[in-house]
Design a protein around this ligand. Sequence first.
Ligand SMILES: Cc1cc2nc3c(=O)[nH]c(=O)nc-3n(C[C@H](O)[C@H](O)[C@H](O)COP(=O)(O)OP(=O)(O)OC[C@H]3O[C@@H](n4cnc5c(N)ncnc54)[C@H](O)[C@@H]3O)c2cc1C
Length: 554
Amino acid sequence: MGIKLIIVGGVAGGATAAARARRVNEDAEIIVFERGEYISFANCGLPYYIGNVIKKRSHLLLATPRQFKNRYNIDVRIFSEVVGLNAKDKTVEIKNTATGEKYKESYDKLILSPGAEPIKPPLEGIELENIFHLRNVPDSDRIKKIVDERNPRRAVVVGGGFIGLEMAENLTDRGVKTTIVEMLDQVMPSLDYEMASMIHEHLEAKDVELEFKNSVKSFSKAGKQILVSTQKGRTIECDMVLLSVGIRPENSLAKQANLKIGPTGGIGVDNTMKTSDPNIYAVGDAVEVRDIVTGFPTLTALAGPANKQARIAADNALGRKSIFTGTLGTSVVKVFDMVLASTGINEKFLKKHDIPYLVSYTHSGSHAGYYPGATNTSIKILFSPGTGKVLGAQIVGQKGVDKRIDVLATAIRAKMTVFDLQELELAYAPPYSSAKDPINICGFVAANILKADMEIIHWSELEALQKNGEILIDLRTKFELNHEGKIDGALHIPIDELRSRLSELDKKKSYIPFCGIGYRGYVGHRILVQNGFNSRNLSGGFMTYKMAINKKQP
Ligand SMILES: Cc1cc2nc3c(=O)[nH]c(=O)nc-3n(C[C@H](O)[C@H](O)[C@H](O)COP(=O)(O)OP(=O)(O)OC[C@H]3O[C@@H](n4cnc5c(N)ncnc54)[C@H](O)[C@@H]3O)c2cc1C
């Protein structure tokens, strides 16, 4: 018998590590302990199973212990919780969750992939019936049973992160009127406010109620209903509650074995996924890893990094040398007809850590405007003021958001600059893109900013600049003003009249030209500066302004 490898946790990281380990070493004895009934299930598919998009429960179950035995000769033990870890003796203690029986197993190498636990705030009434969280198949069974059998009319989703959003969509699609209660003034905290706010209107249009800057104080029962009382004094009556207020790394075994825990609460690992004990590796939601852009320690609860880390940990545990270089936290979420995606660092983080950056907003068609069905793609890109190195990006749109965030994630990993984005040769035919892809356009605009061909200001600065006497020039058509709205105090000079009306302007004053999305603002800016006027373009134009300012809740 070869080396004995034990793996704790049998889903994303654990199952991947086990299969990889077998492919690397045919002689190893490999045992996987999973405390639940299922291994290798599709956590990411659970909201869509509840929504009846995934019709068959069996489609969530990607592999069984028997399949693992047959194909990989791996001993998978379900209903087996590892309750003890003695790193000195190199043993784990296992409790059979069905019988209560306990026993020990020794190991040569151990991989921990225990995931994360949902945060359950200590609120009055939190243990009431029909208050759920969603982490695994039994959780989804419980929620689906209520939706299928009891015909609930109202639900409250606490927390507007990606699980909260996916559940709001799927519950709404099942006919359940849903309210999202969120402490912040936005959904999806990985995005900056003005980008996330682009879907607030969409959520409301789909009949999801948004209760921002509010949090739950307590839960109580009224007959069969749950009363959700909020800090702001509102009481929402509903049939069910989904708690999705975040997760924390499952680090209890690591603590028990005195392994190093990082400042984020994740299990500390080096770039081979080795913990502070030379025989123990850890992967997935439970570990703290390095952020690629900043080098800071971070937690990334995403399936992609968990799978990659698992392969790397298995390699290293079995004597190969593989390196995990870090994470960008690249993510994408569908919200009804819209898609939100982000990669790298957001502006909130850059600000908080005093990291110098520049921002640019662009809004481009998902494909050629003359081919039917093009939709808007809004991109926010953050880049270094010195080199133009891409630091982070966020995209909101309907079509092609996923492919464009993947291009930007690749660009960040390859340490590309905004100048490189101009040159990327991306696939184009009218149904898919334009000769200048939205990524190229975002590169052109950011490069213009760096080359000082275009000085810009942002929506957040506008109020103060107007108070300071700077004058907005709205370059849009009258039709656009009447249909899309205006910014108070702006002069209206349509772009095609600007050259002939320069005499109306004053060279001692400062102007902020703007249009719908920024391009005519840029053209206007070039006309103004080349005629001796002080000018700065409003980045992202009226579209960014409208989403950021008009939708802000008190
Ligand atoms: C509803 C939902 C939707 C998601 N959607 C996406 C998505 O769209 N995209 C994306 O990238 N990510 C998504 N994720 C996140 C992704 O699923 C996780 O990042 C990934 O599963 C983490 O892998 P892991 O192995 O660390 O943990 P998990 O896959 O959670 O596996 C951990 C397993 O360890 C077991 N375990 C824990 N402690 C012990 C113990 N002591 N003994 C034995 N077993 C133990 C647990 O029972 C669990 O089954 C989603 C997650 C959820 C819950």
